[in-house]
Design a protein around this ligand. Structure first.
Ligand code: OGA
Ligand code: NI
Length: 370
């Protein structure tokens, strides 16, 4: 299926629908293309010229911005330290929508084994791995490439597996044994951390510590494990297109390769890969219930000549579960000067709309804005 010539890349020159189908049918993902030795990025992955990004990410010295870092050490005991931590989280959540977390309590051995587990899954025998390939989102373990392959304007240089972990934890026999144990252990650790973060975030909003947990923000957790193979022409495509996250909160573990960028004051800023740190970001649903006090910020992942890059994104959301609870701006935050900015929505309706749209560069919150 793969057009080997990079010269014929305009839409008129190929049958995009059949190329997408043929790629999907390989059930081997982007890694399959790279394993087969593609020397050029096939047309389905090529970003339109106006979306072409700078070939080299900005060097830290060129950027006047310092990516926020929050150190959780001691925040659980000492009230002075806790106030400091809440203040740092408030500042970062209002201005960046992102921060890096250090001394978060998840043991380094668990982080390392989670990364190893993702490598093992993708780097196992392709025929065995293919058995997990599906686009059926009701499955307990969903491995595929580009969840939005047929809806997004451009495919991304990335494969992903997705696994909902809470409120119902999966039956271990439904998970690949090559990473089964760590797929139980790591999300448990992230859930513990997430519940603590939601308390700090509640306080940062001026609410009682249990408010966001009582609202159900920490009820659902899904894990997305991304694999970004090395790319022969990284300037032509993206690992993940620009998007904001479709959840309350995301906790991301990334390896040392780099490529994640956040849109801050109209500039793409690198999220420095920091060993042992976790990246935390506000999702659309937290922006909605905080009535824009906290911001869900657009981010993307560059493709890279060097790879593979691996990341593990834990999404606090009940995703597609048929829950009917409605989420709108929190009443205590509203006043005459701060009227509600959003309509109410269920998590499911919001997520279904997000997924149908795919990563098309537009916001999934805008249709809920009053
Ligand atoms: C995501 C995401 C970033 C990364 O899963 O929503 O933005 O570094 N991932 O993989
Ligand atoms: Ni994201």
């Amino acid at each position: 299926m793969v057009a080997s010539s990079s010269s014929k890349t305009d839409a008129a020159n190929y049958d995009r629908a059949s190329e997408l189908k043929a790629f999907d049918d390989t059930r081997a993902g982007v890694k399959g293309l790279v394993d087969a030795g593609v020397a050029a990025v096939p047309p389905i992955f090529i970003q339109p010229p106006d979306d072409h990004h700078d070939k080299t990410p900005s060097k830290p010295t060129e950027s006047p911005f310092i990516f926020p870092v929050v150190d959780l050490h001691g925040g659980d005991g000492d009230p002075v330290k806790r106030r400091e931590v809440v203040e740092q989280i408030r500042e970062a959540s209002e201005t960046w929508g992102f921060f890096q977390l250090i001394n978060h309590g998840v043991p380094e051995a668990v982080l390392e084994e989670m990364m190893n587990g993702v490598h093992r899954f993708y780097e196992q025998d392709t025929e065995v791995k293919k058995q997990w390939y599906t686009r059926d989102l009701t499955k307990p373990f969903v491995y595929n490439t580009n969840f939005d392959l047929y809806s997004a304007p451009t495919a991304n240089w990335r494969d992903t597996f997705y696994c909902p972990m809470a409120p119902q934890c999966p039956d271990p026999k439904d998970l690949p044994d090559i990473c089964r144990e760590i797929l139980k252990e790591y999300p448990e650790q992230v859930m513990k951390l997430g519940r603590y973060l939601f308390k700090l975030l509640s306080e940062a909003l001026g609410l009682k510590p249990d408010k966001l947990i009582d609202m159900g923000c920490a009820e659902g957790l899904s894990v997305l494990c991304h694999y970004y193979p090395a790319c022969p022409q990284p300037e032509l495509t993206l690992g993940t297109s620009k998007h904001a996250d479709n959840d309350f909160l995301t906790v991301l573990l990334q390896d040392h390769i780099g490529g994640l960028q956040v849109l801050h004051q109209n500039q793409w800023i690198d999220v420095p890969p920091t060993p042992g740190a976790l990246v935390v970001n506000i999702g659309d649903l937290l922006q909605l219930i905080s009535n824009d006090k906290f911001i869900s910020v657009e981010h993307r992942v560059l493709a890279n000549k060097v790879g593979p890059r691996v990341s593990v994104a834990c999404f606090f959301s009940t995703d597609f579960l048929p829950y009917t609870k409605l989420y709108g701006p929190i009443k205590e935050l509203l006043s005459e000067d701060n009227p509600p900015k959003y309509k109410e929505t269920t998590v499911r309706d919001y997520v279904l709309n997000f997924c149908a749209k795919g990563l098309d560069g537009t916001s999934a919150l805008s249709h809920l804005r009053l």
